[in-house]
Design a protein. Sequence first.
Length: 267
Amino acid sequence: MENRKDLFSLNGKVALVTGAAYGIGYAMAKALADAGAKIVFNCRSERHMEEALAHYKEDGIEAKGYICDVTHEDEVRAMVADIEKSIGTVDILVNNAGIIKRIPMHEMSADEFREVVDIDLNAPFIVSKAVIPGMIAKGHGKIINVCSMMSELGRETVSAYAAAKGGLKMLTKNIASEYGEYNIQCNGIGPGYIATPQTAPLRERQADGSRHPFDSFIVAKTPAGRWGDPEDLAGPAVFLASDASNFVNGHILYVDGGILAYIGKQP
Ligand code: NAP
Ligand code: GCO
């Protein structure tokens, strides 16, 4: 590294952030753009795409968007081929797209379980598989998988999500193991409880105007004493996408305000 000031620069890099129409994906994509990367993203909904492109433009970011369901390998391969043809090899992949279904396991259908695992675990395999050949040819690459506290812990009603995110932690370690020799680093980011549409049901005000019990529970369990903001993921994402992390591989970086370290405040 000639000049340490370039350690976190992403100038000249192409970053694909899946599911970056809003939420954590949007915040990470904006951070990567602010560090110099050219942003490409995807989602399934035309309405989300239109709103996202307007949001990126407002933020001064010339993002390219694709309507692509990450569980459909043919759509993913076509998207990556078009990116490589029209913009360049994908240097940075953030597997962010994900869903959750909060259903007691004994009431969850096998199809509902499969849908969560398909998006949260199978899709990161599909998208990573699509970009790795280009990264090998180019001699470098960064893959960042958005894991979760549920990569480490379980709780009621999130069996499919925890199984998927636990598997994603191990997929991260396996990609790191299999492709490290090609100068590809694969790491995970594990957000704590972040205020996005995905967690909105856990923060809804009660009929009497009081806080949702889960909202109060999370604030008490988090040393930082607050929910995370998507912006809290910006710095960790740039770190794992940049030369600053070239010898970090197979690591899950938890961005959780300390919740995984803390037994919780006495009621
Ligand atoms: P979100 O607000 O629900 O956003 C999810 C994004 O993924 C949307 O852009 C959605 O757009 C897209 N998406 C969903 N399924 C897709 C598919 N099959 N193909 C393409 N795009 C798809 O979620 P979030 O809270 O930002 O979470 C983002 C990631 O962080 C997820 O992997 C989540 O599991 C993880 N995470 C979240 C938290 C948290 O507290 N919020 C904590 C830890 C980890 P469309 O619906 O238009 O496709
Ligand atoms: C839930 C939440 C969590 C968060 C996140 C925690 O219902 O428990 O949605 O799963 O989304 O994954 O790291």
